[in-house]
Design a protein around this ligand. Structure first.
Ligand code: TXA
Ligand code: MG
Length: 351
């Protein structure tokens, strides 16, 4: 175990990491831990004072509700008014896994955890460290992504250290997370299940289990349509932003490469330092700018795994403009494009 600015950094070699972190959580402290999607910043979801510390540590607006993590279905009964057939179908198929369900909450869940809403978002994660911790402490754990509010979500313990060391009690380093984008958030409160945030479980997979899934208009929100963000309160804030300005280029792969080359030349001529996030297919096209390869257009899971790490990587290289290639909206592409459009502050060039 190391200590950085007063924050304990545990590795998986530390035999008592889980026990010590579980004790911190039970006493109302904050612990960052890996999940299969991104690192979460956990606190006892039923302890309003502990949850309040999450908002302070992250600088998170108080009306942005948190996801509550559980280790078993029996814990779900304690948190929500009703476990419907739909919930059973979805949890059977996708839990443990990157699916978060929004359901009507019981009074035991404090208002601060749900941003004042009468619903609570719950998920059962698919990661050994997360499950070991949840099982050890036997508490529902509220955990947003373990980044400073507005920054890209952390996919490595090092990202958490950069954002939060000195602000939280402990971090468990479980290596790089697998999926790389956050969980899919589905509301089951309305008549028709509604996709509020695309994530690790795709829309296509959801429709294999549910007859009908509405996509909230904010999911595909494009330029100028941010104000529709009433349903998922997290959507209206600045999100996923590295230090540099981000411009997303969407369209056909080849046209994207031409546009990014043109934009790179323009920005270089103006004296800017330019970074490019390119797909494997187009990577040979670029001759200037700092190029980072996201992965192949045919393997969106690789692109999602690399996305936030690459966005953060430009912070170290003093790049001031990042040009990013858009990908398809299919499968995991819906989540990837949703994050990239937000990272770009909806500054999108269409070709
Ligand atoms: O994969 C994930 O979901 C990660 C890991 C740590 O589990 N967590 C995560 O949490 O991404 P966070 O706080 O960064 O995102 C939570 C999202 C936000 O968009 C929030 O608005 C939405 O879930 N949310 C939470 N509770 C809600 C509720 N009651 N109604 C509607 N949306 C809700
Ligand atoms: Mg987040």
């Amino acid at each position: 175990m190391k200590v950085i600015n007063g924050t304990k950094l545990f590795s998986l070699d530390d035999k008592n990491a889980i026990l010590e972190c579980s004790n911190i959580l039970a006493k109302g402290g904050l612990v960052a831990f890996p999940t299969e999607t991104v690192y979460g910043l956990g606190a006892n979801a039923l302890d309003a004072e502990a949850v309040n510390k999450i908002f302070t540590a992250k600088g998170r607006p108080a009306d942005n509700p948190l996801i509550v993590h559980i280790a078993s279905l029996s814990q779900l009964n304690e948190l929500v008014l009703e476990v419907s057939n739909q919930v059973k179908l979805l949890s059977d198929r996708f839990w443990p896994g990157p699916l978060t369900l929004v359901l009507e909450k019981k009074d035991i869940v404090p208002d601060i955890t749900t941003g004042g809403l009468n619903t609570v978002a719950v998920r059962l994660p698919d990661h050994k460290v997360a499950l070991d911790l949840l099982n050890e402490c036997q508490l529902p754990i509220a955990a947003p992504s373990a980044n400073l509010s507005g920054r890209p979500s952390p996919t490595m313990a090092q990202h958490v250290t950069i954002d939060l060391a000195g602000r939280i009690e402990a971090i468990i380093d479980g290596g790089q997370t697998g999926i790389g984008v956050e969980s899919t958030v589905v509301s089951l409160v309305e008549d028709t299940p509604t996709l509020l945030r695309p994530g690790g479980i795709t829309y296509e997979e959801l429709t294999e289990v549910l007859d009908e899934v509405e996509i909230d208009p904010t999911v595909k929100a494009k330029v100028g349509s941010e104000d529709k963000a009433a349903l998922a309160p997290g959507m209206k804030y600045k999100h996923y932003s590295p230090e540099a300005e981000v411009i997303l280029v969407e369209g056909e792969a080849e046209k994207i490469a031409h546009k990014i080359t043109e934009l790179t030349d323009d920005y270089l001529a103006q004296g800017h330092k330019v970074g490019i996030m390119a797909t494997e297919e187009n990577s040979n096209f670029y001759e200037e700018g700092q190029i980072q390869i996201m992965g192949s257009r045919n393997r969106l899971s690789a692109i999602s795994a690399n996305l936030f790490r690459l966005l953060r990587s430009f912070d170290e290289s003093e790049v001031d403009i990042i040009l990013i290639e858009g990908v398809s909206d299919q499968g995991l592409g819906l989540a990837i494009m949703n994050r990239l459009r937000k990272a770009a502050g909806y500054q999108v060039v269409k070709v």
